[in-house]
Write a protein that binds this ligand. Structure first.
Ligand code: ATP
Length: 332
């Protein structure tokens, strides 16, 4: 094998840059040529390629986002689109590909392996930490710290004004970010898609808390919470807004809603994100040199390893109930 390529796809995540840096420099160290692909799968179809050298990844280890730029590309989901991508890679002499992204991006890796002779492997890069077979996806640590910083600030004003605050965080269908930051930030209520609740229960608990003398209530809600608001979302906009409106209507308490939004995806990667990304990038190159395909680099019990992509994208793992129960006990 002489030439490999690297791309980032789906939502960007802090730590993608250290992962790219590690792929490029490990590959060069192993005497491989590296092609960078801009804009994810869109760049494969449009042949947005450039040669990378050690200097191409200088001064990026500390930067959020991705220097390769990311995109969501509907055309890559079509056979015709993918055929163009394979032809472009062939023309360029690319024999193998590292894709850094979330579950959708990994489905793209599966297609490449099934339909072409290009060997492709994946690195989990998403702040949502919503993949199976890995304890960790690149970006989640930075996102958790960003959310915690926001919770700390909101807590100051919540206490001063004796108000209820609803904070909505990202995570797509997963409650991981809400659960972990709810525990670390001392939220009174953590509302996640994996655990059923009714808005009325939450309102009752808030009222009881205030009657016992609580000065404020912090409620952390994941963006993926839908079911309890199935009929309400169209009026209220998002789970956080819906919960805030319901608390106001049903308890009469002053309630403020903060939707953290895209600030959760930005920022300089934390030490943990940089370290895991650097280790995963090197492992991906190693897998390709061993002739492996259709694998994802994973992180389990403090070790970098490998799993099948088909297992990583199965939604088999749900949130940790021990942590959820602990967060409830500690917030009483
Ligand atoms: P995040 O978790 O941050 O949203 P993601 O990788 O899951 O990241 P998606 O938008 O789901 O983000 O997927 C990224 C891209 O991967 C898509 O825009 C598309 O180009 C490609 N992709 C997704 N699913 C498939 C599929 N079934 N076949 C081929 N390509 C796919």
């Amino acid at each position: 094998m002489k030439k490999i390529a690297v791309l980032t796809s789906g939502g960007d995540a802090p730590g993608m840059n250290p992962a790219i840096r590690s792929v490029v420099r490990t590959a060069i160290y192993k005497d491989l040529e590296v092609v960078g692909i801009r804009h994810g799968y869109k760049g494969l179809i449009e042949k947005d390629f450039f040669d990378m050298n050690r200097g191409s990844v200088a001064d990026i280890v500390q930067r959020g986002g991705t220097i390769l730029l990311s995109a969501r590309c509907e055309e890559f989901k079509t056979e015709a689109g993918r055929k163009k991508a394979y032809a472009n890679m062939k023309e360029e002499g690319i024999e193998a590909l590292v894709v850094i992204g979330g579950d959708g991006s990994l489905r793209g890796v599966q297609k490449i392996n099934a339909e072409s002779d290009i060997k492709a492997v994946g690195i989990p890069g998403t702040i949502d930490n919503d993949l199976s077979c890995t304890d960790y996806t690149i970006g989640v640590d930075t996102a958790m710290n960003t959310i915690l910083d926001a919770i700390n600030k909101i807590r100051d004003t919540a206490t001063s004004h004796e108000r209820t605050f609803v904070i909505e965080c990202m995570g797509r269908d997963s409650g991981y970010l809400a659960l972990m930051t709810g525990l670390a930030g001392g939220a009174e209520y953590i509302l996640v898609p994996e655990i059923d609740f009714t808005p009325q229960e939450v309102c009752d608990k808030i009222t009881q808390g205030f009657n016992r003398g609580k000065l404020h209530s912090l409620i952390l809600i994941a963006e993926g919470v839908e079911a309890p608001f199935a009929d309400l979302n169209k009026y209220h906009g998002s789970p956080g807004m819906a919960m805030g409106d319901l608390i106001r209507e049903r308890t009469g308490m002053e309630t403020r809603v903060t939707i953290l939004g895209h600030l959760q995806r930005g920022g300089s990667p934390t030490a943990t994100d940089r370290i895991v990304a650097s280790r995963m990038g090197a492992k991906a190159v190693e897998l390709l040199l061993e002739g492996k395909r259709d694998k994802m680099v994973n992180y389990r019990d403090n070790s970098i390893g490998v799993c099948e992509i088909k297992d990583a994208i199965k939604k088999t793992e749900t949130i940790n109930m021990d942590i959820y129960n602990l967060a409830n006990i500690l917030s009483m």
